[in-house]
Design a protein around this ligand. Structure first.
Ligand SMILES: *Cc1c(COP(=O)(O)O)cnc(C)c1O
Length: 470
């Protein structure tokens, strides 16, 4: 399988090359040249597979001969053994024909573990094979950082630097990052906001001259193709459990950077009978305005109780637009460049095509808290705020009550206490493996909101690491 950039530059790349970079050199995102598609018979034959075996069926066509099948199997098996539930992604019933797909049983309690546990091991494997080292650099508003550190810390060929905005992540989120042990793990608390962190990371990627010669940066944010790939699997797992491919299912997905729901869109393109795909947003609703009104325009960022969805512009949306524009890179590039300056819309027929695939809703903080408290009272089930937005959006947009609506439960409620407290409920306990989180020793460096300071820090840390290696 080869991959091309949405912006049309460069030559087609292998899975390994795409894994080791993230963003394409022309600023675009990598997508497969062609999607595999599965017949109903093939999908039906996966009904009794374990999560790991199902994952191998779904992802193998994308990986091709980049790894031997037995190596891939070992990597996927190891990635999901630390999950706190035997089903890996358990499906539970809320109301009639309304389900939750719990994606928070991984080590850091958010769905990002599904991809980052695998990504860390894939990197380690490829780097060992090539006798190569890389530096992972990422910015986080919370969940990505801890999942990336957890997924990559075991790799001896990786040094990992995660920037988070100082004083602007929750205490649980900060401790999940700063208590990760390892000589190769560095947390930088930047005196700025999340956008500042992201700006520094982007600038570092575009000029990597501060790194030693034999070293390159790898992006682990949600634009990395391997992350999208691993998220396709649980759409198949959930649908199969509810009777697919003989039955249609719908999904409601709490959406920020559009990575998770884009994986659902791919599952549908690959043959999974998906009826509705609901883009669930909070007050930061650019995608909802686009889908419901053909209005693609940036507004001010609002801070909400669902911080992982507080995003102005969703980076993975570019991958969907590429398809919508008939894979015309020139049209896409023009749209992306103009979108930073003006209010955009697409043609009437394109907009109809969008609405055929996606529904959407925007849910306020107030409604989020109401849904959390009602669900606790009615079903004795505690939802995290992101998941509550998914559940409400599914209810608001549902077209056919006979088709099961599955909301992706993206985080454990213990991670996001603010909404739970406002909803008037007691905070749940952290799972056993994190019970002593507040006693563990933290390690992080506070650093100025400045590219020069950050690159000097990285370069000094890498120098010391090199001295310590035999
Ligand atoms: C990252 C995240 C999201 C958003 O997912 P995207 O793939 O960025 O759309 C939603 N909920 C939680 C809890 C997250 O951590």
């Amino acid at each position: 399988m080869k991959y091309i950039s949405t912006r049309g530059g460069g030559t087609p790349q292998s899975f390994e090359q795409v894994l080791l970079t993230g963003l394409a050199p022309d600023g675009g995102l990598y997508v497969p040249v062609e999607l595999p598609s599965f017949s109903s018979e093939q999908i039906a034959s996966w009904r009794d597979l374990s999560y790991v075996d199902l994952a191998l069926e779904v992802i193998s066509p994308f990986i091709g001969d980049a790894l031997y099948p037995e190596e891939l199997k070992r990597i996927i098996t190891e990635s999901y053994t630390d999950f706190g539930h035997p089903d890996v992604a358990p499906l539970i019933t809320l109301r009639e024909n309304e389900y939750l797909l719990e994606l928070y049983h991984g080590p850091t309690l958010a769905f990002k573990d599904f991809a980052l546990q695998v990504l860390g091991r894939l990197l380690d494997h490829v780097l060992t094979k090539n006798d190569q080292r890389v530096v992972i650099l990422g910015a986080t508003s919370g969940d990505t950082g801890s999942a990336a550190l957890e997924g990559c810390r075991h790799s001896e060929r990786v040094d990992i630097f995660i920037l988070h905005p100082h004083h602007r992540v929750s205490e649980v989120q900060r401790r999940q990052m700063t208590t990760v042990p390892g000589e190769n793990v560095f947390n930088l608390a930047v005196e700025g906001n999340f956008d500042d962190c992201q700006r520094i990371v982007k600038a570092a990627f575009s000029d990597q001259s501060f790194l030693p010669d034999d070293c390159q940066l790898v992006a682990v944010n949600s634009i990395n193709w391997a992350r999208i790939l691993m998220q396709i699997v649980y759409y198949f797992a959930a649908a199969l459990r509810l009777g697919a491919p003989d039955r249609q299912v719908s999904f409601s997905v709490p959406t920020g950077n559009f990575g998770d729901i884009y994986a659902g869109y791919l599952a549908k393109q690959m043959g999974l009978p998906v009826d509705q795909l609901v883009v669930a947003t909070n007050q930061n609703d650019i995608l909802h305005r686009f889908i419901s009104n053909n209005d693609y325009s940036k507004t001010q960022l609002s801070k909400t109780y669902s911080p992982s969805m507080d995003i102005l512009v969703s980076s993975n949306f570019e991958r969907y637009l590429f398809d919508l524009f008939g894979r015309d890179s020139a049209q896409l590039t023009d749209f992306m460049l103009r979108s930073s300056k003006e209010r955009l819309s697409v043609s009437e027929s394109q907009w109809q095509a969008v609405k055929e695939i996606f529904d959407s809703a925007s849910v306020s903080d107030e409604t989020t808290c109401r849904v959390i408290s009602e669900t606790a009272a009615e079903l004795d089930k505690l939802l995290d705020p992101h998941t509550a937005i998914g559940v409400e959006s599914g209810r608001l947009t549902r077209k056919n009550p006979q088709v099961p609506m599955i909301t992706l439960a993206t985080a454990h409620p213990a991670k996001f206490s603010e909404a739970i407290t406002v909803a008037g409920l007691d905070l749940p306990e952290l799972p056993a493996h994190l019970a002593d989180l507040f006693e563990r020793e933290e390690r992080y460096s506070v650093i100025a909101n400045d590219l020069g300071e950050v690159s000097a820090f990285i370069s000094a840390a890498l120098g010391q690491q090199a001295l310590m290696r035999p």
